[in-house]
Write a protein that binds this ligand. Structure first.
Ligand code: TRP
Ligand code: ZN
Length: 898
């Protein structure tokens, strides 16, 4: 391939409808690992809504062309090339039969048709179908698919594809076949096949309208004991989509298949979802509470795509957030409902806090760097690089804002109209917005800016109380601060920001809310302000005392709020705010401010000290038994090092680490008795229970253990952790104990107890790849010390027989954990982390560009670091830029260096 200096940029503005349409596709596969023959018979016709083209240009990659026929006669004017197949002067309406060969055994990219663990799998989103056969591989070409699979019966007893099984039977020479038909039109990215030695957990359920459905979770035979939770999650997802959105499963059969080599979390292929094993397999011995929750969320996510993504799909890949933002929103709401129903606000808030923490740590960072892009991007080089935090998580926040503006019922009306208008179509983000606007009788033209402007908005707040007039005015100003260049060029004007606010009185209770011009106070003590101008003042009347404002309740918009709270006011909000999200938020603000001050001191070598009032505020949360354990765990967890480093004028991971460790130690030593008491009180003896309550107890208890491991004298923590490790009947407690042992020993360069537990953990779970991933990750993210830097441990583990760069989960567990989740060690002054990173990006680039490009992103914020680190990162980026071949990695490093 030519080493082009300027790679091809695809622009949203250049969208044109396809010159041809494909109505039906009949695929025949003769599955052989090194040489699979694919015969593809399509019904093709000219698109009446497109300009005329005499040639048909089909996409194809890594295919060996065999033959072409039109209406049954060999067609000589077909030319195969690097990017596909050109057919000259084709008729207006014809049957096209193509035969080609691919090599699944050698396909390490995990895109297209590939072999994993001796079985066949496909991954077609976004552009993998063209690696299977020549096609108009774009989402606005929708066809019905019939698929015939033929393979050795002994080697591949199970043959699956989308939709309904029509027929199966034996063939000569020990082969057999199966024929599948998907009755729904779909784009090629939703095609899937699976073939191999698999077994299924099965369940039959009745849908809302009384139809029987067959549900299956397919896994390798030894994993059948880890499928119950995924099945339960699927059943709950089906029920939830019926109850909340009136959406039923539209096929007689719904299948989930688990595969251990997979680039992402899971894929929503019609009727045949393919999952990373990490998001299917779980039992209490192998999976943590977090794993259980993630499985529920991802099973829900893929299932919900059946309507938001599959029945209504994207016109082009710039519209990706149409399906991803909406579906993330739906899975977040599903998880919140599963945890707290529609009314338990405290339980729902736990989920909300977790989601916002991810958004702020990951998406805000993305929006501040060279990859900043709008929710609906304007251009890309490689679409796989745009499955991002912005498209998914910010996209979900954008959908959530419709619900905040219109309420649950108004949002449902909008969804109903969206399906009524667009079922069976490939549409745009504008179509979705128009459905919401029309169903609710509101002009949402300004709201479009949430789709087209990149960067994180900042809202600064000024307040004024007039005691004589009993008036309280709140002035909001919006802007983007000094945004990254990539974001700045997209910023055109003010956004419609739904800004939720409450006012809190001296006794901690909410005050009634009456805006100027209204005749009486509203029923709710939270008000969503329509903030639409650059600056806007909202005046509350009949405010009998000077209130404390509770701003952006439940994080009603993805923005940064700037307001000068005093430490006392934050402590007051932490103790009293009726909005559970903002209670947590107050604690985070308090901690963030303190930690940033300390990091600044650490950077300049000034001794550190922590105000007693901060310790007192944390002590109150720790000992407040009226708060749920899961809330206390979230409130007592300090902001992450990555988040803190990003807030500094110059990111200094070592200083952040020193500051955060100082505070953790201080809280551990000052509140030692309370941590011990909490540790004892929240044990969950007896059989493991997977309920949110039990998980909350475990989370709080294990947080206490992690603080106790910081004590100046960790002997007691080591004793507790060792005992917990030995007695654990579940992975949550066992891995938390192992992590505490590793960290308690860090300062001394390791301990006998930690090493014994590590060795035991490996032996015990040697046959469980997902647990061995945890074993690698725990070591890669451990604290380390000057005499034992983690890079040395990581280097040694790279040579471990269980390490395998080709398996994305394993690569992530060791390499990504170190490069992206252990900032203090990764950003070592000597540049050793960066050199390691460069070597691994280059190695992965030759194996799996999608995975390599993800790793490449861990240096993109390099310009924001201290000068020494900046220089080291630039050198590493330049090395990578000069050596990698893939479009995927080149786009990332070239944007970073530009
Ligand atoms: N559409 C999938 C989801 O969000 C994710 C996905 C996109 C994917 N591209 C992929 C998964 C490539 C695996 C590989 O649910
Ligand atoms: Zn998705």
């Amino acid at each position: 391939m030519a080493d082009t200096a300027t790679p091809n940029v695809i622009r949203r503005a250049d969208y044109a409808p396809p010159a041809f349409l494909i109505d039906t596709v009949a695929l025949e596969f003769d599955l052989v690992p090194e040489r699979t023959v694919v015969r593809n018979t399509m019904r093709v016709r000219r698109n009446p809504d497109a300009s005329h083209a005499s040639n048909l240009e089909l996409m194809g990659e890594q295919l060996e062309f065999v033959s072409a026929a039109i209406d049954g006669a060999a067609f000589a004017n077909a030319h195969a090339h690097e990017h596909g197949l050109t057919l000259d002067n084709v008729p207006d309406n014809f049957e096209l039969t193509l035969t080609s060969i691919c090599n699944p055994a050698e396909n390490t990219t995990l895109s297209g048709l590939y072999v994993s663990g001796g079985n066949f799998f496909t991954q077609c989103e976004a552009e993998g179908f063209r690696r299977i056969t020549y096609f108009l591989d774009r989402p606005d070409v929708m066809a019905t698919f019939t698929v015939t699979l033929r393979a050795s019966k002994a080697d591949y007893p199970v043959l699956l594809s989308n939709g309904n099984l029509l027929e199966e039977g034996d063939l000569p020479d020990g082969r057999h076949f199966a024929r599948w038909e998907d009755p729904f039109r779909k784009p090629s990215y939703l095609f899937a096949l699976v073939a191999g030695k698999l077994v299924a957990l099965e369940e039959r359920v009745k849908s809302g309208s009384g139809k029987e459905k067959l549900l299956q979770v397919w896994v390798e035979p030894h994993d059948l004991d880890k499928t119950r939770h995924a099945m339960d999650s699927l059943i709950n997802s089906i029920r939830w989509d019926e109850a909340r959105f009136g959406l039923e499963l539209d096929l007689d059969r719904f299948m989930i298949v688990a595969v251990s080599d997979f680039n992402m979390g899971a894929m929503e292929n019609k009727g045949l979802n393919i999952f990373n094993t990490k998001y299917v397999l779980a039992n209490p011995e192998t999976a943590t509470d977090t794993d259980f929750a993630n499985i529920e969320a991802v099973v829900g996510h893929e299932y919900f795509h059946n309507w938001t993504g599959n029945r209504v799909t994207c016109r082009d890949w710039f519209q990706l957030s149409l399906k991803e933002g909406l579906t993330v929103f739906r899975d977040q709401e599903f998880s919140a409902d599963m945890a707290g129903g529609a009314t338990d606000e405290a339980a729902r808030a736990t989920k909300r806090i977790e989601d916002v923490r991810v958004l702020r740590q990951m998406q805000f960072a993305e929006d501040a760097g060279p990859m900043a892009h709008p929710v609906r991007p304007e251009s890309y080089v490689e679409i796989n690089n745009f499955y991002t935090m912005t498209v998914y998580e910010k996209g979900s926040e954008v959908v959530r804002m419709y619900q905040t503006l219109f309420g649950r019922d108004g949002f449902r009306k909008g969804m109903d109209l969206y399906f009524k208008r667009h079922d069976g179509q490939a549409v745009t983000c504008d179509d979705f917005r128009h459905a919401l606007a029309d169903a609710n009788g509101r002009d949402l033209a300004q709201f479009e800016r949430w789709y087209s402007q990149a960067g994180t908005p900042r809202v600064s707040v000024r307040t004024k109380y007039d005691a004589a007039q009993q008036r309280y005015s709140v002035t909001l100003t919006q802007g983007y601060g000094d945004a990254a260049p990539a974001a700045r060029e997209t910023q055109k004007g003010p956004l419609l920001i739904p800004f939720a606010i409450g006012l809190i009185g001296k006794d901690g209770a909410d005050l009634p809310l009456q805006l100027e011009g209204e005749t009486k106070a509203s029923n709710s003590t939270t008000r969503v302000l329509d903030f639409t101008q650059t600056e806007q003042t909202f005046t509350f009347v009949n405010v009998a005392q000077e209130p404390l404002p509770s701003l952006l309740r439940n994080f009603s918009a993805p923005v940064i709020v700037e307001y000068d709270y005093s430490a006392d006011q934050l402590a007051f909000l932490l103790a009293h705010d009726s909005d559970p999200f903002n209670r947590w938020e107050a604690g985070q603000r308090l901690a963030t401010r303190e930690l940033l001050t300390l990091a600044g001191r650490a950077a300049t070598g000034v001794p550190l000290q922590l105000d007693d009032s901060v310790v007192a505020a944390f002590a109150r949360v720790l000992t407040d038994e009226s708060l749920s354990p899961s809330f206390r765990e979230l409130a007592l967890m300090l902001p992450s090092e990555a988040y803190l480093a990003e807030q500094m004028a110059e990111s200094n991971p070592a200083a952040v680490h020193a500051a955060r460790q100082f505070v953790r130690k201080r809280l551990a030593n000052a509140l030692r008795k309370d941590w011990l008491a909490v540790y004892e009180k929240h044990r969950t003896p007896g059989a493991y229970e997977a309920t949110p309550e039990a998980a909350g107890h475990r989370a709080l208890k294990n947080l206490a253990l992690s603080y106790l491991a910081e004590l100046d004298d960790p002997a007691e923590a080591v004793r507790l952790a060792s005992a917990q490790y030995d007695a654990a009947n579940n992975m949550t407690d066992r891995s938390a104990a192992l992590s505490a042992l590793l960290n308690a020993a860090a300062a001394n360069g390791g301990s006998v107890e930690a090493q014994q537990a590590l060795d035991d953990f490996y032996r015990r779970f040697e046959k469980e790849p997902l647990v061995i991933d945890k074993w690698f990750a725990l070591q890669a993210t451990q604290r380390g010390s000057a005499q034992r830097p983690v890079i040395e441990i990581v280097r040694k583990l790279m040579a471990h027989p269980a390490f395998n760069l080709k398996n994305p989960n394993r690569a992530r567990s060791l390499i990504f954990s170190f490069c992206a989740a252990n900032p203090a060690q990764f950003h070592a002054e000597d540049g050793s982390g960066y050199a390691f990173w460069a070597d691994q990006v280059i190695a992965l680039d030759a194996i799996n560009p999608q995975v390599a490009a993800r790793l490449a992103r861990s240096l993109e914020l390099w310009r924001r670091f201290t000068p020494t680190l900046r220089d080291g990162m630039r050198a590493a980026l330049e090395k990578v830029a000069s050596q990698v071949k893939s479009r995927d990695v080149r786009e990332i490093v070239e944007k970073a260096l530009a």
